[in-house]
Design a protein around this ligand. Structure first.
Ligand code: NAI
Ligand code: MG
Length: 503
């Protein structure tokens, strides 16, 4: 076996999985059953067993949530508050998140197989941090005074775009929720969110905390349910002014089409990636292998910006591959509640089977399997971290987003070749460069068509760093002040001056 597996029975010893408190839809400040009364099962990826049933929202429920959000936007206090009041309530919301960090991290761990310790130390505090970042902006949203060429003057108002719909994925249930909700709240929008059907629980807990913080009813609504029903109803809703989606390119196209066919609502899409990490001969091998492991295996490879194509220059290729195998073999696969675990189970059976089928493709296509390549454990959705070398650009594993713990190594000779091959993909989300040469770093970073380029680091995110796609990885930016712009629109107000012919 490529990696060690711990016994998976640590949960009782280390952490008691909390009782699931919130399983209903959250509409207009209340937890309610779905109109149909239907529920869906949410599965523990450690075992494949059902552990909770959650209300299954559909079009009728989205209608009710949009009605509440519309009312809260058109007549409620939220968009009319002075920015400092929105800031105050968002800060309170952030404090409540931190107070509940353990329970929230446990929900994402049991729902999505995410590491509990990582959630508690990183995802949950960063959610509070994201809220605070945008809270700080809520009272600094202002336009410009315009100097006109004729006897008129003007100014711009930055107004909230209206009711924002958000469709989020399962790989970062907490981070994705706050990456989208926080700038929208700061802007004064009201919101209908649909978390992924695989990971609905933390979003419902966040709705509860929003209410506790004093965010007015109708401002933040959460509809749990499936994509083709609840998700599609958001994308096509005539009373939603903007939709922000993160997920597959395939569904991104459907969302954009639905937005166009309904009311031309504004669209932000953050879609997949097949991100190159380019390692040059002069790289520090210790650092480069470390970045490759982190970039490819973090969150079990279920990361849109994962370094899923690793280009290594020929001079260090063999040494790099050898060291990488040594490092990857130290990965501990196991129960996400166990602090010694590095890699938990894949999110669900679909994703697990999809990853295993790509691994089989890789073997059939003639890539060399250096380590891993099999499921592990007696139950649940665990997969050995896997490395393929001698990968060719034409192989499926080099072209498709696998979204799992699978590393592909590709050999290159020259800087020009690396740039050309790195760009030879329909995606353009992220890229990494490892080199000590400033010229190489500058040339490559400016030549790669991707929304974020990391030099001698990888997955280096911060609240202030906007990210999003070039090409078929989507458009619009999450994070940073650019994300706030996604929830604002500009109104221009013009008045005549004293000597104007208009008077
Ligand atoms: P998906 O794109 O189907 O799901 C993402 C979200 O979209 C979920 O909330 C889902 O309920 C919703 N959705 C699905 N169909 C919809 C529709 N017709 N209208 C509106 N909303 C809809 O992604 P899925 O099937 O869970 O994963 C498939 C692949 O997509 C993954 O293997 C991965 O390659 C990619 N993916 C990329 C993500 C990213 O961060 N960019 C996140 C999740 C998946
Ligand atoms: Mg899907």
């Amino acid at each position: 076996m490529a990696a060690t597996q711990n016994n998976g029975n640590m949960k009782e010893a280390l952490f008691k999985v909390p009782d699931i408190k919130f399983t209903k839809l959250f509409i207009n400040g209340e937890f309610v059953d779905s109109v149909s009364g239907k529920k869906f099962e949410t599965i523990d990826p450690r075992t494949g067993e059902v552990f909770a049933k959650v209300a299954e929202g559909d079009k009728e429920d989205v209608d009710l949530a949009v009605k509440a959000a519309r009312e809260a936007f058109d007549h409620g206090p939220w968009p009319r508050f002075p920015g400092c009041e929105r800031r105050r309530l968002m800060m309170k919301f952030a404090d409540l998140i931190e107070e509940n960090a353990e329970e929230l991290a446990a929900l994402d761990a049991i729902d999505g197989g995410k590491l509990y310790g990582m959630g508690k130390a990183l995802d949950i505090p960063a959610a509070a941090g994201t809220l605070r970042y945008y809270a700080g902006a809520a009272d600094k949203i202002h336009g410009e005074t315009l100097k006109m060429s004729r006897s008129i003057q003007g100014y711009t108002l930055r107004e909230p775009v209206g009711v924002a719909g958000m469709i989020i994925p399962w790989n970062f249930p907490t981070s994705m929720f706050f990456t989208k909700v926080s700038p929208a709240l700061a802007a004064g929008c009201t919101i209908v969110v649909k978390p992924a059907e695989q990971t609905p629980l933390s979003a419902l807990f966040y709705a509860h905390l929003a209410k506790k913080a004093g965010i007015p009813d109708g401002v933040l609504n959460v509809i749990t349910g499936f994509g083709p029903t609840a998700g599609a109803a958001i994308a096509s809703h005539i009373d939603i002014d903007k939709v922000s989606f993160t997920g597959s390119t395939e569904v991104g196209k459907l969302v954009m089409k639905a937005a166009a066919d309904s009311n031309l609502k504004q669209v932000t899409l953050e879609l997949g990636g097949k991100n190159p990490l380019i390692i040059f001969d002069d790289a520090d091998i210790e650092m480069a292998t470390g970045l490759a492991v982190f970039g490819s295996l973090y969150n079990k490879g279920e990361v849109c910006v994962a370094s899923s194509r690793i280009f290594v220059q020929e001079g260090i290729y063999d040494e790099f591959a050898k060291k990488l195998v040594e490092k990857v073999k130290m990965t501990v696969v196991g129960d996400p509640f166990d602090p010694s675990t590095h890699q938990g189970p894949q999110v669900d059976k679909n994703q697990y089977e999809k990853i295993l089928s790509y691994i089989e493709h890789g073997k059939r296509e003639g890539a060399t399997l250096l380590t891993g390549g099999k499921p592990c454990g007696e139950k649940g959705y665990y997969i050995e971290p896997t490395i393929f070398s001698d990968v060719k650009d034409s192989m499926l594993i080099a072209k498709d987003e696998i979204f799992g713990p699978v590393i592909s190594l590709l050999k290159f000779k020259t800087i020009e070749e690396a740039i050309q091959r790195a760009n030879a993909t329909k995606y353009g989300l992220a890229a990494g460069i490892v080199t000590k040469d400033l010229n190489t770093a500058n040339t490559v970073s400016r030549s790669i068509r991707a929304g974020v380029v990391w030099i001698n680091c990888y997955l280096a995110f911060d609240y202030d760093i906007p990210y999003g796609g070039y090409k078929m990885s989507g458009f619009g930016r999450d994070s940073g002040m650019e994300a706030l712009d996604q929830y604002l629109q500009t109104k221009c107000v013009v008045t005549p001056l004293y000597d104007s012919p208009w008077l």
